[in-house]
Design a protein around this ligand. Structure first.
Ligand code: SAH
Length: 440
């Protein structure tokens, strides 16, 4: 063993997939994870900048690490993710000169590994982990504490985004859309399954654009079919979808393949056409209504999640009401609600005034939150007395905890070891955020 690493992670599931790839390189090199930053030889900070609050958190980490680096100058600090961005971030280098390595989002981790190799303190053992687990190039090695423990793993399938919604910094930070080859994705899924993973979540900023950047490339439906073949894999999810790219072919595939869960994440962002146009989303509220109807027709019992931004520049109380009414009408399973945060470099930050006052943004957010809690409470009550299949992820305060195919959190008590297994659970209690039941 050559040392310990500690991960700071913030942001979306893509960040978790990205940082796992870097951790995998460290594991191969013989490093081991620790939950104690003070004891780590290598610190990796996976950052997010989707809203100012996330960016502030990353700066908070960086500032707090200065004393540690002074005390232990040999600690290697690597910063990756959207704070760095694909173009690099010169200001960051100046402000935090004690950071050793900067890596763009979805980096393969090689910059960190070559830095470590150049430092005699870390004569890397290019060692036996790979051999012991018969792991090949391209496979992901899970940290020791996750091997045969981690049940659900995110897997990136499309990097970057080329859509350029006016509010969003992701295309600037993550670069243009690039689909990963099917073979590479399947190799990663196989290696995860060999290490105990039962569910994969295929990720892309617009995951249903998978393959569109490759001439005659496979599409997401083809990819789902191929991943579906992986033996030992129980469930497949995919996110995030964009309303303009959900084809019937994709929905048919979801309906047909047993491992693919009836769970769709498709953000609407706003319910008023003028706001949608200002966001450059490329669809209308009615298009979205029709899409939800189409999903429900083709995938009965589909669980549908959405994202909404409140207080976009120029959003009037009336326009917000249209969003509220749309959410009330469609009765979706989940709504991730965010207050608009101007992001440097985006069209909305450059050309539109952030004119909805903070108190009003908060009022709108709270109104949608309250509405959604009522909606999901009602949807979940329909599960009472039903028996559902739960993929058990862990034990939490004496209770087993897992998810239904529709991504609902379920708790149950049982003496047996259910870790990583599918349980049939009769639901006896439901709330907006979780359910309880007994194994049948
Ligand atoms: N690719 C997805 C969204 C990924 S970003 C899509 O096309 O919809 C995750 C969520 O962060 C977005 O859905 C949006 O709701 C939110 N978000 C992005 N930029 C934001 C901003 N500037 N202010 C507030 N929320 C933002």
């Amino acid at each position: 063993m050559t040392g310990y690493y500690h991960l700071f992670i913030e942001g979306c599931q893509m960040n978790y997939a990205d940082v796992r790839r870097v951790a995998s390189e460290l594991e191969r090199a013989g490093f081991r994870a620790t939950d104690q930053p003070d004891q780590a030889d290598v610190l990796v900070l996976e950052t997010c900048t989707v809203r100012q609050s996330a960016e502030d958190k990353a700066y908070g980490w960086l500032t707090s690490l200065r004393p540690l680096k002074e005390r232990r100058p040999k600690t290697v600090i690597a910063v990756m993710g959207c704070l760095v961005g694909v173009k690099g971030n010169g200001v960051l280098r100046e402000r935090f000169p004690y950071v050793d390595v900067f890596m763009p989002p979805s980096s393969d981790g090689k910059p960190l590994l070559s830095f470590l190799q150049q430092h005699e303190a870390y004569a890397l053992e290019q060692q036996s982990v790979a051999e012991r687990f018969a792991i090949q190039d391209g496979d992901v090695v899970l940290p020791l504490h996750e091997r045969n423990r981690l049940v659900s793993a995110p897997v990136a399938v499309v990097y970057g985004c080329s859509h350029a919604c006016t509010f969003c910094q992701i295309p600037l930070k993550r670069g243009p859309e690039r689909s990963r080859p099917v073979g590479e994705i399947v190799a990663e899924v196989r290696s995860l399954v060999a290490q105990g993973v039962k569910e994969v979540v295929l990720l892309g900023q617009i995951v249903d654009r998978y393959g569109k950047d490759v001439p005659d490339g496979p599409d997401l439906a083809d990819l789902l079919r191929t991943v579906h073949e992986v033996e030992g894999l129980e469930r497949i999810r995919f996110l995030t979808s964009h309303p303009s790219y959900m084809t019937d072919r994709l929905l048919e595939t979801v309906a047909e393949l047993p491992k693919v869960c009836e769970h769709i994440e498709v953000p609407v962002q706003a319910g008023h056409d003028e706001v949608l146009a200002n966001m450059r989303r490329g669809y209308t509220a009615d298009d979205y209504r029709r899409l939800i109807a189409r999903i429900r027709e083709m995938i009965p019992n589909a669980s549908i999640a959405t994202d909404i931004i409140v207080g976009f520049p120029g959003e009037t109380a009336e326009q917000f009401q249209a969003t509220y009414d749309l959410l009330a009408e469609l009765r979706l399973d989940v709504a991730h609600i965010a207050k608009y945060s101007p992001r440097p470099g985006t069209v909305s930050a450059r050309r539109m005034e952030d004119d909805v006052p903070p108190e009003e943004k908060e009022r709108r957010r709270q109104a949608l939150d309250d509405l959604q809690a009522e909606i999901v409470g009602e949807i979940n009550r329909r599960y009472l007395g039903e028996t559902v299949e739960v993929l058990v992820e862990e034990q939490h305060k004496g209770k087993w905890r897992g998810r239904t195919r529709t991504n609902k959190l379920v708790f149950f008590e049982d003496e047996r070891d259910w870790h990583g297994r599918l349980a049939q659970v009769a639901i006896s209690w439901t709330g907006p955020w979780s359910m309880q039941g007994v194994v049948v």
